[in-house]
Design a protein around this ligand. Sequence first.
Ligand code: PMP
Length: 458
Amino acid sequence: AHEGILRRQKARESAARTYARALPIVPVRARGLTIEGADGRRYLDCLSGAGTLALGHNHPVVLEAIRKVLDSGAPLHVLDLATPVKDAFITELFHTLPSGLADHARVQFCGPAGTDAVEAALKLVRAATGRTGLLAFTGAYHGMTAGALAASGDATDVRVARLPYPQDYRCPFGVGGPRGAELAARWTESVLDDPKSGVPHPAGMILEPVQGEGGVIPAPDVWMRRMREITAARSIPLIADEVQTGVGRTGAFWAVEHSGITPDVMVLSKAIGGSLPLAVVVYRDDLDVWEPGAHAGTFRGNQLAMAAGTATLSYVRENRLAERAATLGSRMLAQLRQLARELPCIGDVRGRGLMLGLELVDTETAPAPAPARIVGAGPPDGEPSEADAPPATARAPHPADPELAAAVQRECLRRGLIVELGGRDTSVVRLLPPLTITDEQATAVLDRLADAVETAAR
Ligand code: PMP
């Protein structure tokens, strides 16, 4: 069955499919962290439906919530009508919202995917401000529909100013740390204050608190606060895309909580549906300027997803799984950093909570000199100085090595471990285990990964 299914998929499914190419697995059963293939092999799944499965596969509370709806005779499809299932979901969702937003929030169901919610958020801020342009960041990923694509940097006709996203390892200013974050913030200010930038007064700014697909790059808290300041001072709605970072993943229930900022709009999907498709936009109620019917869509009321989502949100909250993600995540990060000291082909290890990444680099090729500053719209009014130079102990980045990353992914698979690749050069091995992963399982994941990197680097 295994071979036949894979052969037919290859012959009949679009070449645009992604994971299937690298992962010749035919899952037939799954529970928690474990997937079992049609060939009888078992895998530890650190892809988790691209970060969707906060509680792992088929968690009993999620299954029970779905069964309860099925057995109750409740309608499964009701468009936008109010139902007890939906009411319970909204109540639980509002319970979890950052305090600054919870008291003045509206929720809009979009559907069914994250990209639909991004699209709705972009439309919402345009409607609310009466303006167009958008501020987005290098390395961002917001989805595959036109507006979301534009915000992610793929060419479309939406006017977007692409701003530097701060990071230590490949800092666009060659300095990293708080100074790199400050230079990135000043760059943003200089674009907004330049009447010729084309977006001096945009409709909104969209950012990921941790870039996921972009290569697991956590935004410094100080930079998040600067973005909040900069947008608030200019009445620009700030949209936090928490599609991947939400529901405890980064060690806080919502990743914006790390910096204490309150965004005007939050885009949520993936884990909020407890493994079924669900996407919402949550926003400050004074932005709720929609005319009735201004934003429609047939699949906005998936009752099963809402029930699975309610069960997931309350389980994560009641069992403090965000805190668990924070403690286990920092331990795993420390162990991965130790591994990087032993294996120089791991150029960088980063992440927050249980959103972790290893960047594979080509150590045969000399590190490229760090850029003094990035090219693009007007320079920030502060060039890096000598004092900003990275500490002597910091390793200058070697070039990214996507082939090695692919080899690591294959070696992981041979050892029964599923990992995802990401990053601007597809050179980052990403770990997104369920928040329910046990200490023993985490050790097994890291052992297999270490062994895989060692073999692939040979
Ligand atoms: N935003 C972020 C931050 C994401 O990670 C993703 C998906 N990886 C999306 C939006 C798009 O979600 P979807 O694939 O469900 O459209």
